[in-house]
Design a protein around this ligand. Structure first.
Ligand SMILES: Nc1ncnc2c1ncn2[C@@H]1O[C@H](COP(=O)(O)OP(=O)(O)O)[C@@H](O)[C@H]1O
Ligand SMILES: CC(C)(COP(=O)(O)O)[C@@H](O)C(=O)NCCC(=O)O
Length: 314
């Protein structure tokens, strides 16, 4: 366990290597099977049951402690105000680059956290549902900025999380389809008030614009999934080629031509260009600078395995 000091003041973080973090699982049982994990894993994501045991079970245990402590604190404030005890979901943000494996992390957490009797109801919402439709992005000339902060309807996202936190029984939100590469017109996802709400997306840790609230203002805990840029670039390209063999062969896919008329070499160039001109710029300019704000950082090595965990203590 290291407690690095930087700039002459004590670090608010504690950094643990994988064995030290894994030991904090304590008695939390591994109740996930290989078949269940298979359903939760994203495309080309090698997360294993070892990773679940070493990384995600200690995290599930820590989050259970956080939820209980947060409920106590809310209860104390309500008692102070003389208000009824209204249930408010515990909100967790999951941030990190495109293709770093946020969705697998978020889906695993949803499953593991729902196994605790204290909080069986866990909802997961991805922020891509709050992207502006392609039509609006085109009108604004920002179709090549999909995923950048300005490509989201941030006001709608903040409204959704703040209403949930205020105890709304349910909310309808738009639906983004990776197949259509767009918001589905006229479709909604109904989110019922859960015990825990996980909000996953590349930009969820963005600080607020002056005078406004950001979605991160409503987080009780946040996780940044981290890896070196050159490793994520490789994962993005590998996943693109895997999608070319699978999802893109669906005639309804926005990228269908990539699987049919476009040759493999040209498809690789297209993916590299998309990565370099959009996703890597967004990672370096907007996403990575938010890492310091996360309660917990999961740092992955080249093989996707989490090597280090950094927890904010103070
Ligand atoms: N073009 C695509 N077609 C189908 N699924 C996709 C496509 N791009 C990404 N996905 C899937 O969408 C999810 C979110 O991807 P992404 O935003 O890159 O985050 P991450 O890889 O960190 O989960 C992943 O499960 C990924 O496999
Ligand atoms: C939809 C995304 C912005 C991710 O959004 P998120 O779910 O993190 O809000 C990303 O997957 C994406 O499509 N980026 C644009 C460039 C590309 O096609 O890779």
């Amino acid at each position: 366990m290291s407690q690095a000091t930087k700039n002459g003041f004590s670090s608010p973080y504690v950094e643990l290597d994988r064995p030290a973090w894994a030991a904090l699982r304590d008695a939390t049982p591994l109740s996930l099977t290989e078949a269940e994990l298979d359903v939760l894993r994203g495309i080309a994501d090698p997360t294993s049951l070892d990773d679940v045991r070493d990384i995600y079970l200690p995290l599930s245990r820590l989050l259970n402690l956080y939820v209980k402590a947060t409920r106590q604190r809310h209860g104390a404030v309500r008692a102070f105000l003389g208000e009824d005890d209204r249930p408010a979901p515990f909100v967790i943000g999951v941030a990190g680059s495109v293709a770093v494996g946020k969705s697998t992390t978020a889906r695993l957490l949803r499953t593991l956290l729902a196994q605790w009797p204290d909080h069986p109801d866990v909802e997961l919402v991805s922020t891509d549902n709050f992207l502006y439709p392609n039509r609006v992005l085109q009108e604004r000339g920002i179709m090549n900025r999909k995923g950048f902060p300005e490509s989201y309807d941030r006001r709608a996202l903040v409204r959704f999380v703040s209403e949930m936190k205020a105890g709304a029984a349910q909310m309808d939100i738009p639906i983004y389809s990776h197949l259509a590469y767009d918001i589905l017109p006229g479709s909604v996802q109904t989110v019922h008030r859960p015990d825990i709400l996980i909000v996953e997306g590349i930009n969820v840790l963005q600080p607020p614009l002056a005078g406004h609230l950001a979605v991160s203002d409503f987080f009780d805990f946040s996780i940044y999934v981290d890896a070196k840029v050159e490793h994520v670039r490789r994962w993005y390209l590998d996943r693109f080629l895997e999608l070319r063999r699978t999802a893109f062969s669906d005639p309804r896919s926005y990228f269908h031509a990539m699987a049919t008329t476009v040759e493999e070499e040209r498809a690789k160039e297209f993916a590299m260009n998309t990565w370099r001109s959009i996703n890597e710029v967004n990672l370096v300019e907007n996403i990575q600078p938010t890492r310091a704000r996360a309660t917990l950082v999961l740092h992955k090595g080249e093989d996707h395995r989490v090597r280090r965990v950094r927890l904010r203590k103070t």
